[in-house]
Ligand binder design. Structure first.
Ligand SMILES: C[S@@+](CC[C@H](N)C(=O)[O-])C[C@H]1O[C@@H](n2cnc3c(N)ncnc32)[C@H](O)[C@@H]1O
Length: 217
């Protein structure tokens, strides 16, 4: 309820709303594809965070790498409003917010080999057996992550749920990804990560490389 009230308050403020709308990509225009070069007005490596929450990680990362473009995808309308205002206030030309089910985006709307990195941190674990079908990670999603990543690019994953981590890691390997040694940039830096780290709770993270291409040094 507090979150709903906060989102309503933020969006009810015309100045904040205008700031949020500047970075919020309108996905309700009958679009069938997301075209990052058209979105950003340039061709640059593209990183996507799925389930970006309030954007703690992606705002920092976009500021850190101005030569890359970043898309924060969030399903919840309430959270997206807070996310968009925070991203807009950061005044970064290389950051946009898309409100959408990331499964639609990744499965249907992105071109093959067009993404430089996916960041997927603390996806909802849906712990009850009858809700498992709502989980983000499925063989279909893993196959789509693989299809849309450039050769040699990486999906970064973290979760606080050990059993879900095991399932995600297996699903990624079955899809053709190779477990990589690259540090997972969001494992300690998202909103949820910060809470878990502060509470001393374990975080299970891994990076998965799509084989192929030449590894740059
Ligand atoms: C547990 S929160 C983690 C938020 C953030 N990644 C973090 O670590 O602080 C999961 C987020 O994923 C979003 N989400 C869940 N299913 C999604 C989907 N299918 N597409 C996009 N976002 C989704 C939720 O609305 C929520 O904001």
């Amino acid at each position: 309820m507090a979150r709903l009230r906060k989102a309503a308050r933020i969006w009810g403020n015309p100045k904040a709303r205008e700031i949020g709308e500047r970075v919020l990509f309108k996905s309700d225009l009958g679009l069938f594809a997301i075209d990052p070069p058209a979105m950003f007005g340039r061709t640059a490596p593209v990183e996507i965070e799925i389930g970006a929450g309030k954007g703690e990680f992606i705002i920092e990362r976009a500021a850190e790498f101005p030569e890359r473009d970043f898309i924060a995808v969030e399903l919840s309308g309430t959270i997206t409003r807070v996310l968009a205002v925070r991203c807009g206030r950061a005044e970064l030309d290389n950051l946009r917010v898309v409100r959408m089910d990331a499964r639609t985006l990744v499965n249907l709307m992105l071109r093959d080999a067009s993404v430089s990195a996916f960041h997927i941190y603390f996806p909802d674990p849906w712990p009850k057996e009858r809700h498992v079908k709502h989980r983000l990670f499925t063989p279909t999603l893993a196959a789509s992550l693989y299809r849309t990543l450039e050769p040699n690019a990486i999906s970064f994953v973290a979760t606080d749920v050990r059993q879900y981590a095991g399932e995600i890691f297996r699903t990624m390997e079955v899809a053709g990804f190779v477990r990589a040694v690259d540090p997972v940039p969001g494992a300690e830096r998202t909103g949820f990560a910060r809470k878990y780290v502060a509470a001393g709770k374990p975080v299970y993270s891994a990076s998965f490389r799509k084989p192929g291409g030449v590894i740059s040094t």
